[in-house]
Design a binder for this molecule. Structure first.
Ligand code: NDP
Length: 234
């Protein structure tokens, strides 16, 4: 309660639901955005996570407004799906840069203050696809699988300082990202989801706020699926 929280890509979709869930429990919440600004009830900072200088500037703004970031949610992410045979180096590199290197950039920037405070929570939003793979998603799956290595290495480096790093792996959640799927792909996906439905952003947010809570102090390096059973706990 009353923590300083930063959610990357918190202006819409899952990130917005996560930001609102923290705000509802009384935390000070900042969200990053690129184009579409954050809703008025949230403190928005412009930041493209592919740019280290923008990341640094965004953290400075947040520090001035609400103090050093104590809870970091690395949520910003993109897809650029196409079959392996057609995927260009650029398509691979761009998705990795936003999803994986972007998470590295914000985690690194958050670490200094967390070490000083001897407390911190980092939560990385991965995907069921990171562990199960997905056709046409070599770039996306690689970026999301990489987050598990990031969180587990941070756990080993910083675990002794009350800093936890965990991964939340959502399944198929109704947002702009899943809007772009074809009807055929939707049908195939739902046929494999034991709960038989898409998830809601709020259901992802509940897992994230739990991992940031004092109740989760002894959970680190974990991958928490929010996928209706699709990945069977991975
Ligand atoms: P949306 O496409 O709805 O939102 C993506 C968010 O990421 C936006 O806020 C966007 O900002 C931000 N973003 C993208 N690239 C950058 C960048 N380079 N720098 C800063 N911000 C960036 O996606 P979702 O809400 O669906 O997804 C959120 C996260 O959850 C992603 O990491 C996604 O991979 C993951 N996820 C989603 C699932 C789903 O079913 N929806 C399933 C599993 C995982 P802007 O508005 O400026 O574009």
């Amino acid at each position: 309660m009353g923590r300083s929280v930063l959610v990357t890509g918190g202006n819409r979709g899952i990130g917005l639901a996560i930001a609102r869930a923290f705000a509802a429990q009384g935390d000070s919440v900042a969200v990053t955005y690129r184009g579409k600004p954050a809703p008025d009830d949230l403190f928005g900072v412009r930041c493209d996570v592919t740019d280290t200088e923008q990341v640094d500037a965004a953290f400075k703004e947040v520090e001035e407004k609400q103090g050093a970031v104590e809870v970091l949610v690395s949520n910003a992410g993109i897809t650029d799906d196409t079959l392996l045979m057609r995927m260009t180096d650029e398509q691979f590199a761009n998705v990795l840069d936003a999803n994986l290197t972007g998470s590295f950039r914000v985690a690194k920037r958050a670490t200094r203050a967390m070490l000083k405070a001897r407390w911190g929570r980092m939560i990385f939003i991965s995907s069921v696809v990171g562990l199960m793979g997905g056709p046409g998603q070599v770039n996306y799956a690689a970026s999301k699988a990489g987050l598990v290595g990031v969180a587990r290495s941070i756990t080993r480096e910083l675990g002794g300082r009350n800093i936890t790093a965990n991964v939340v792996a959502p399944g198929f959640i109704s947002t702009d990202m899943t809007e772009s799927l074809t009807d055929e792909r939707r049908k195939t996906i739902l046929a494999n989801v034991p709960s038989g439905r898409y998830g809601q952003s709020d259901e992802v947010a509940a897992a994230v706020t739990f991992l940031a809570s004092d109740a989760a102090a002894y959970i680190s390096g974990a991958v928490l699926p929010v996928d209706g059973g699709l990945g069977m706990g991975h």
